[in-house]
Design a protein around this ligand. Structure first.
Ligand code: PLP
Length: 438
């Protein structure tokens, strides 16, 4: 906070396509698509047009006790585009709310089945599922929980097959098997009849963009089937084309029971999130009046008509502009070009999938003896000066996630700017080393 207070933030005034403009008219590449929310770039004319049209029809309509034509239209459109047997969507306003909603749903699903003790949530170490209380509890970052007390006894985390903590000399396959074994052991030791859901991200965005093998998720699905546990997948960051399919789980060949979404659902225009469920889960909440089966949960403005109009237009644009094909066509070139950065002593690893990449700087290298500037933070500062906005998470982890409709030249410009920033820091470190030696 002190750094923010002293240095201030860049104040953006305007956005268009893959760019932001500050108050002085300086142009910045938005290299994270507004933190993976504006997958189709900013101020997309068609999305803006449809939202403006909607504004003249109905400006707000709560879904707590009513519904709107546009929210029904959007839901039908989304369900028609989605692979698998999903039948219903519960609207929220954000990804964190989607996580909390999914968790409450999973717990009440078993409560309604007469198994109230089946209420634990298992998630993966290194995960990020949001900032509300339950989402924080399900996330893997102990630092974020430091002030929250001990109310998390129904949330457990298990190691995931992250390449960076793979034991030496172990093959990728064996590492997946080892982590699957740990998951099963944990489920057995906690007792399966106390576990409601397993919650996972297809790619761990906030953990340096960690990608797992499809096989890992297929095995997790089997474990969930074996122990009668709901398989809940957090697609808040990966959804809406980021990895080259509408949702990342489509590549696994197995279906989740619950899918969480938000961010680029409306291309970032108006906040919206959602929880997708199968018919079997939905039906479990239907009962006679006073049966206590209802899901007494909701947010006043979720499923807002303007957000649904933006969502509908976003889905139409993804299809009509062949966005998924564009990602498939260029993802390899983007990845390989960034991967070249691994030859720099500053970069530990480049990893990711689709247009969701992590450049992980050496967290133990500092650029200034006196102030101990973290390397990733320095690169972020340089990039901003050069007109590029990355997302630096700390501990060396930098996220690059350009809009999915970027041209190849725009993608390469991002790579070039990062390369140049690395070279600059490398040179300054060498100079310092020389002057130290005298
Ligand atoms: N889940 C994942 C995977 C995320 O990446 C995020 C946000 O970055 C969230 C949940 C929380 O979403 P929101 O910030 O919209 O609450």
């Amino acid at each position: 906070m002190q750094v923010y207070l002293e240095k201030g933030l860049i104040i953006f005034e305007r956005s268009e396509g893959g760019y932001y403009y500050d108050q002085k008219g300086k142009k910045y590449i938005d290299a994270t698509s507004n933190l993976l929310s504006s997958n189709l770039g900013h101020n997309h004319p068609r999305i803006i047009q449809q939202v403006a049209k909607q504004l003249n029809q109905i400006d707000s309509c709560t879904l707590i006790y009513s519904t709107s034509k546009i929210s029904i239209e959007y839901t039908h459109k989304l369900l028609s585009q989605i692979q698998g047997s999903f039948r219903h969507l519960f609207f929220t306003n954000s990804g964190s709310e989607a996580t909390d909603t999914g968790i409450k749903m999973a717990k009440q699903y078993y409560f309604n089945k007469g198994q109230p003790q089946k209420n634990k949530i298992i998630s993966l170490k290194g995960a990020y599922h949001g900032s509300t209380i339950a989402a924080t509890a399900a996330s893997g970052n102990e630092y974020d929980k430091r002030a929250l007390g001990e109310e998390f006894s129904t949330f457990k985390q298990v190691r995931a097959p992250n390449n960076s903590n793979k034991p030496l000399n172990m093959t990728d396959e064996a590492w997946v098997d080892e982590c699957i074994r740990e998951m099963e052991d944990k489920i057995k030791s906690e007792q399966p009849e106390t576990i409601a859901a397993l919650l996972v991200e297809p790619v761990q965005l906030s953990n340096g963009v960690v990608v797992f093998a499809d096989r890992y998720f297929q095995k997790l699905r089997s474990i969930c089937d074996k122990y009668n546990i709901l398989f809940m997948v957090d697609e808040v960051a990966t959804g809406f084309g980021r990895t080259g399919t509408l949702f990342a789980y489509e590549e696994w060949g197995v279906q989740p029971d619950i899918v969480l979404m938000a961010k680029s659902m409306t291309n970032g225009l108006i906040p919206m999130g959602g929880v997708l469920v199968t018919g079997e889960i939905y039906d479990n909440f239907c009962g006679e009046l006073n049966s206590t089966k209802e899901f007494s949960h909701g947010y006043t403005s979720s499923g807002h008509p303007l957000a649904c109009a933006a969502g509908l237009a976003t889905l139409e644009c993804i299809v009509q502009e062949s966005i998924l094909n564009q990602v498939k066509e260029h993802e390899n070139q983007l990845f390989q070009s960034l991967k070249v950065l691994e030859s720099s002593p500053l970069v530990e690893s480049v990893q990711g999938k689709g247009y969701m990449l992590g450049v992980n700087f050496n967290p133990n290298l500092y650029t200034d003896d006196e102030f101990e500037w973290e390397l990733g933070g320095v690169i972020e500062m340089l990039l901003k000066k050069k007109g590029l906005i990355p997302y630096y998470e700390g501990e060396g982890k930098t996220i690059i996630a350009p809009p999915l409709n970027s041209t190849i030249n725009q993608l390469m410009e991002i790579v070039e700017k990062i390369e140049k920033a690395c070279k600059l820091v490398e040179q300054s470190l060498k100079l310092k080393e020389k002057s130290r030696r005298g």
